[in-house]
Design a protein around this ligand. Structure first.
Ligand SMILES: *Cc1c(COP(=O)(O)O)cnc(C)c1O
Length: 373
């Protein structure tokens, strides 16, 4: 194996190298067919992802962000409606709510899982609330039993933001199959990454499937006949062909991430100042990120960087404090979601990907331990 000079936060070339001939063949097949939009790989990928996620349908879209937007649109959620989500996530989870004209309402997180805390949801429900968007952050499933129970009692839809969690499981269910719909991202850095932007909605509901498909294709089912004003957001056939190859390996790759994660946890177990990831019983986290909590995080990150170890912060500023949401006058200020605010100060994501070597992990953890002990 080629010796790498420096540790990378994510090494997409290592993955490509491992399946290069298959990927190259798939790309050349698409070029030979010259069917770039709504080609044969699209339908096959949708079928395979639906099977993988244990749902009846899956609809390919331009991105995970579009998956969230189209899921909300298909439910007719818009102006005058409220949608509850977590403030500790990538902006897209709440951005989608604003983009359909509805109001994002935040509920604080459980400090162990960094996911929305079900015990903090109900106080935010009003007669305008239409849906909850739990995010399975870092690939770690949210507490779906409690969330589905609240949703049922208040007659709300649940849209799972599964952008980081393809292949994760919660009890006996696959993430993306529990709520009304699941939204997956194939952004290159996600566990199942395309060579560009791509996303998908998973659902058991035939009417949702049909609406989303039409919305993403100019309100059309039959070419050049348009039932309503839609949009253009199809997953292109080239990306689908690449993803079809990669989907065959996702279980294997997720397994390796889980192995890497438990190895990190073991190596870091001697440092009492470090909080390693928590995963609920009967739940499988797929470790899109391996994120620890560490006091004086910024100093540690800076020192690690000086020693050639890249790390990342997911995420440094909770959404309720982001200028984008402050400008909307939602009424939020510092102190409203203390657990999210504290997590934003303390979390640190370490390099993780299936091909990460033992040597690199040993080096990374040795440096971290030398800084905190
Ligand atoms: C990546 C991500 C998205 C958006 O996906 P894109 O494909 O980049 O549009 C949404 N939510 C979360 C939590 C994400 O991590």
């Amino acid at each position: 194996m080629k010796k790498r000079q420096t540790v990378k936060l994510l090494d997409l070339n290592a993955q490509y190298d491992s399946i290069k001939s298959e990927i190259d063949t798939a790309i050349h097949e698409v070029i030979a067919q010259s069917q770039y939009i709504l080609g044969p790989a699209n339908a096959q990928l949708e079928q395979n992802v639906a099977e993988f996620c244990h749902t009846r349908y899956a609809v390919g879209l331009n991105s995970g962000t579009d998956a969230l937007i189209y899921a909300l649109r298909a439910l007719n959620i818009g102006p005058g409606d409220e949608v509850i989500t977590t403030p500790f996530t990538f902006i897209a989870s709440a951005e989608a709510i604003v983009l359909v004209g509805a109001r994002p309402v935040f509920a604080d997180i459980d400090p162990r899982s960094y996911n929305i805390d079900p015990t903090k949801i109900e106080k935010h429900i009003t007669d305008k609330t239409k849906a909850i968007i739990p995010v399975h952050l870092y690939g770690n499933p949210a507490d779906m039993d409690s969330i589905m129970d609240i949703a049922k009692r208040h007659n709300l839809y649940v849209i799972e933001d599964a952008a980081q969690a393809i292949g994760a499981t919660y009890h006996d269910k696959v993430i993306g199959s529990i709520g009304t719909m699941g939204c997956i991202s194939f952004f290159p850095a996600k566990n199942l990454g395309a060579f560009g932007d791509a996303g998908m909605v998973t659902t058991d509901d035939a009417s949702m499937e049909k609406k989303i498909r039409m919305w993403a294709n100019h309100g059309s089912e039959k070419k050049y006949y348009h039932e309503f004003i839609g949009d253009s957001s199809r997953l292109d056939n080239m990306q689908a062909a690449i993803l079809l190859v990669k989907l065959k390996y996702i279980d294997q790759w997720n397994k390796k991430r889980i192995e890497r994660a438990s190895r990190y946890t073991e190596l870091l177990s001697t440092a009492s100042q470090i909080t390693t990831p928590w995963v609920a019983p009967e739940t499988q986290c797929v470790f899109q990120q391996y994120t620890i909590r560490i006091p004086d995080r910024d100093t540690v990150q800076k020192k690690l960087d000086e020693r050639g170890i890249p790390t990342a912060i997911h995420y440094p500023l909770p959404l309720h404090l982001q200028p984008a949401f402050q400008k909307m006058n939602l009424g939020y200020s510092q102190g409203d979601f203390p657990e999210s605010e504290r997590a934003a100060q303390e979390v640190l994501s370490l390099p993780i990907y299936p091909e990460l070597t033992d040597e690199d992990q040993d080096m990374i953890t040795r440096e971290i331990l030398s800084l905190v002990q």
